[in-house]
Design a protein around this ligand. Structure first.
Ligand code: SF4
Ligand code: MSK
Length: 654
C-alpha cells in the first residue's frame, strides 16, 4: 500500500472530522504529512548540521555493498564518520527529550517548594502519606515537624537534583541493587539531571566526542537522569501535591465535547495550572456566568498528557491524543484551548481562525504566534485560571453554525498508579506485587508489556497501538500504558474490566476478572513512565522473578512514536534492562554499527536492548518471544505449558 493511500486514522470520530476539515478547507497535519515527504537522509540519522561548514550528508550507498574505501571516505567536512553523525543525532534526541521531561519536573519542584512555603495559594499537600514516605527515603527528618517544613526540605532537595555536580541522583537507590551496581560499573549512573543533558550538548558539538559508543553511553546517562530523575521527580511531587491517582471512571474521544456547554480543552504536559482550571470550572460563580451567556455549564476535556494528568486525578474526560488536537478545533465547538508545554502544534491558531476558538498559551516557555497569552502565575494561580475560564465563557456566544461533534466516546477506567496496583493486587494491609508475580510464575499471566508513546502522522493514527495491545493481551500479556498510546487503547474499549473477557487470553482474563481490573492499565502521562520503572522494580523486589529488571518477563514499545521524549524514554528503559521496540521509523539506520550497538551490544551491557519493527503485530510477536525467553531463563516456561484454566482454578483465584 502506498503512503498516499494509507488510512489516516482508524478512529471513526477522527475520520469524520478529517472529512469535515477537507470541506471546510482546513489544512491538517495529515495533509502536510502527505505533501511533505521525509528527507531520506535525515530520517536515518545521516545528516549533520552541528556547525557552519555543513549540513553534511553521509548516506549509505543505495543498491550496492559499500567498499571499505567508500566507507572510509563517507565523512562530513570535519571528518566526522557516519557513525559519529548518527550517534550524535541520536544522543541529541535523548538530550531534547530528557530536557523536556526534566524541565517539567523542575517546574513541579518549584511549585512544590512555593506551596510548601505558603507562597502558592490554592496549592496544598494532598498526599501526606506519600510526603512522609519520601521524607524517610530521602533522610528528611520528620519528628514533630509540620508538613510544610518537611515539604520545604523535600522541595529543596528535589531542586538540588537538577544542579547536582557530584555523586548520584537520589532516586537511583530505588532501582534493584544489581542494576545500580551495573550502572556504576558502566559509568552511566547520572550525577545532576542538568549536567548530563548539558554534557550531551557539549560532547555532540563539532570536534568533541567522536566515538559512537562513548556518545551513546552518555545518552544512557542522560536518559537515566530523565527516567530515574526528572520524570520521577515530576510524578512523585505531583502525586504529593495533587493526590496520588486511584481508579476513576471517565470517557475518551471527541464525543466528550458538549454542544450546549462551554467547552474548554486543556492540552500539553504540565498539570500545574490545569489543576486550578479544574477547580475554577466548578466554581458556582463561573457556572452562573456560563449560564448567563446561554450555556448550560462548563465542560472540560483534555488532549495529550495534561489530559492524562487531570484524568488520573479528577476523571476529566479525554478529548483525544496528539493527532486529534487539530480535529478538536474542527468540531467548531471548542470555545478555548488552553495549552502549556510540549506536543502543541503551531498550526492551532491558524486553524482556530476558521472557527471561533481562542488558543491560549500560558507558559513563558511556550508562546505561539497568533495565540492569546495569559501567563500562569503560580503565586496567583486561581486568578490566571479564572481569567482563562472567563475568556472561554465570553467566547461561547460567538460559536458559528458550522458545528459537528462526533458521537463517539468510550468508557475507560484510569488511575492505576504504582501504589494503586499494589493495593489492588495485595490489599490495603498487605499491599504487594506478590499476586502479580505468582500469576506470572504459574503462567496465567505470561508477562507484562509497557506500551507507550505518541501518534505519528507518517502512519495510520492509533492503528499500531490498538493492534499491538490487542495482540499482547490475547497472548496473556498484561499491558500497562501511558501517554497517547493509553488514549488509543481507551478509544478501542480496552480499558474497562469487560475487555478482559472479550479480548484477553484465558489466563490473563481469569486474573483480571478475579481482581476486577481491565487487561490494559492506564498509568498516566509521559513523565509517569517512571511509574512503570517503579512497578518493574517492585516485581523484582517481591521475588521469584530474578534479581534485576533485565530478568523479568517484560517488554516495552512505542509503536507510533514521534517525539524526542520517546527516544529518551526508550533509552532509559533499555538502560534499565528492558527490551524496547519502536515502530514507524528508526533514526540510526544510516549507520549499521550504531544500530547494531543499540540493538545487539546493549543487550550484553544492559540486559535490555532496542529493536525496530514497523508492523505492530510482528513487533508484538517479538515482545512475546522476548518474554518467553525470559520465562525460560527463569525456569518458569514449563509452568505456562501446564496451565489448564478449569473452573476449579478460577474459583481458587477468586
Ligand atoms: Fe559537517 Fe562536521 Fe560540521 Fe557536522 S560538524 S556539519 S559533519 S562539518
Ligand atoms: S503527549 S510526547 S505525543 S505520548 Fe505526552 Fe503524546 Fe508523545 Fe506528546
Amino acid at each position: 500500500m502506498t503512503e498516499e493511500k494509507k488510512k489516516k486514522s482508524v478512529d471513526l470520530a477522527s475520520m469524520a472530522l478529517i472529512d469535515k476539515a477537507s470541506s471546510d478547507q482546513v489544512n491538517l497535519v495529515f495533509d502536510r504529512a502527505e505533501e511533505m515527504k521525509p528527507c531520506p537522509i535525515g530520517l536515518v540519522g545521516s545528516c549533520c548540521s552541528n556547525c557552519g561548514m555543513g549540513p553534511c550528508r553521509v548516506p549509505l550507498p543505495r543498491g550496492k555493498e559499500e567498499t571499505p574505501e567508500e566507507k572510509r571516505k563517507r565523512r562530513g567536512i570535519c571528518g566526522a564518520t557516519a557513525e559519529t553523525i548518527a550517534a550524535r543525532n541520536f544522543a541529541r534526541k535523548i538530550a531534547g527529550g530528557a530536557a523536556a521531561h526534566s524541565d517539567h519536573g523542575r517546574a513541579v519542584a518549584e511549585l512544590f517548594l512555593a506551596a510548601a512555603k505558603g507562597e502558592a495559594p490554592g496549592y496544598e499537600i494532598r498526599d501526606e502519606q506519600k510526603l512522609l514516605q519520601l521524607a524517610l527515603e530521602w533522610g528528611v527528618e520528620i519528628g514533630n515537624r509540620s508538613n510544610s517544613e518537611i515539604a520545604t526540605q523535600i522541595g529543596e532537595k528535589a531542586l538540588g537534583e537538577f544542579g547536582r555536580q557530584e555523586g548520584e541522583l537520589l532516586f537511583l537507590r530505588r532501582a534493584p541493587l544489581k542494576r545500580q551496581e551495573l550502572w556504576r560499573k558502566l559509568g552511566v549512573a547520572p550525577r545532576g539531571i542538568d549536567r548530563e543533558i548539558v554534557e550531551i550538548m557539549h560532547r555532540t558539538h563539532a570536534g568533541v566526542d567522536q566515538d559512537y559508543r562513548n556518545l551513546l553511553q552518555q545518552g544512557s546517562r542522560a536518559a537515566l537522569a530523565d527516567g530515574w530523575g526528572g520524570s520521577m521527580i515530576a510524578t512523585e511531587l505531583q502525586d504529593i501535591l495533587f493526590g496520588t491517582p486511584a481508579p476513576v471512571l471517565s470517557q475518551v474521544n471527541l464525543g466528550v465535547l458538549k454542544e450546549d456547554e462551554v467547552n474548554i480543552i486543556i492540552h500539553g504536559h504540565e498539570p500545574l495550572l490545569s489543576e486550578m482550571i479544574v477547580a475554577t470550572a466548578q466554581d458556582p460563580q463561573m457556572v452562573e456566568l456560563a449560564k448567563a451567556k446561554g450555556a448550560s455549564g462548563i465542560n472540560l476535556a483534555g488532549i495529550c498528557c495534561t489530559a492524562n494528568e487531570i484524568l488520573m486525578r479528577h476523571g476529566v474526560p479525554l478529548a483525544g491524543n496528539f493527532l486529534q488536537q487539530e480535529l478538536a478545533l474542527v468540531t467548531g465547538a471548542v470555545d478555548a484551548m488552553v495549552v502549556d508545554v510540549q506536543c502543541i502544534m503551531e498550526s492551532l491558531p491558524d486553524i482556530a481562525q476558521c472557527y471561533h476558538t481562542k488558543i491560549i498559551t500560558t507558559s513563558p516557555k511556550d508562546k505561539i504566534g497568533g495565540a492569546m497569552h495569559i501567563e500562569f502565575n503560580e503565586r496567583n494561580a486561581i486568578l490566571s485560571a479564572k481569567e482563562i475560564v472567563k475568556v472561554a465563557i465570553e467566547n461561547f456566544p460567538k460559536r458559528g453554525s458550522n458545528i459537528s461533534i462526533p458521537k463517539e466516546k468510550t468508557d475507560l477506567i484510569a488511575g492505576f498508579s504504582h501504589e494503586t496496583i499494589n493495593y489492588l493486587l495485595g490489599g490495603l494491609f498487605r499491599a504487594s506485587y506478590r499476586p502479580l508475580n505468582d500469576n506470572i510464575i504459574n503462567g496465567r499471566i505470561r508477562g507484562v508489556a509497557g506500551v507507550v508513546g505518541c501518534n505519528n502522522a507518517r502512519t495510520t493514527h492509533n492503528e499500531g497501538h490498538i493492534a499491538m495491545v490487542k495482540e499482547l493481551i490475547k497472548n496473556d500479556v498484561l499491558v500497562i500504558q501511558t501517554g497517547c498510546s493509553a488514549m488509543a487503547s481507551a478509544t478501542a474499549g480496552l480499558m474497562v474490566p469487560e475487555a478482559a473477557a472479550e479480548y484477553a487470553g484465558e489466563g490473563l482474563a481469569s486474573v483480571c476478572e478475579a481482581v476486577g481490573i481491565p487487561p490494559v492499565l492506564h498509568l498516566g502521562s509521559c513523565v509517569d513512565n517512571s511509574r512503570i520503572l517503579m512497578a518493574a522494580t517492585a516485581m523484582v523486589k517481591d521475588g521469584g522473578l530474578g534479581d534485576d529488571i533485565s530478568d523479568l518477563p517484560v517488554a516495552g514499545a512505542a509503536p507510533e512514536w514521534m517525539s524526542e521524549k520517546a527516544i529518551s524514554i526508550g533509552q532509559y528503559f533499555v538502560a534499565s534492562g528492558v527490551f524496547t521496540i519502536f515502530g514507524v521509523n528508526w533514526p540510526t539506520t544510516g549507520s549499521t554499527e550504531v544500530t547494531q550497538f543499540l540493538f545487539k551490544d546493549f543487550e550484553e551491557m544492559y540486559g535490555g536492548m532496542w529493536a525496530f519493527e514497523p508492523d505492530p503485530l510482528l513487533a508484538a510477536k517479538l515482545m512475546i518471544e522476548h518474554i518467553d525467553k525470559k520465562r525460560k531463563a527463569l525456569g518458569i516456561d514449563k509452568a505456562r505449558e501446564r496451565v489448564l484454566y478449569d473452573m476449579t482454578m478460577r474459583r481458587e483465584l477468586e
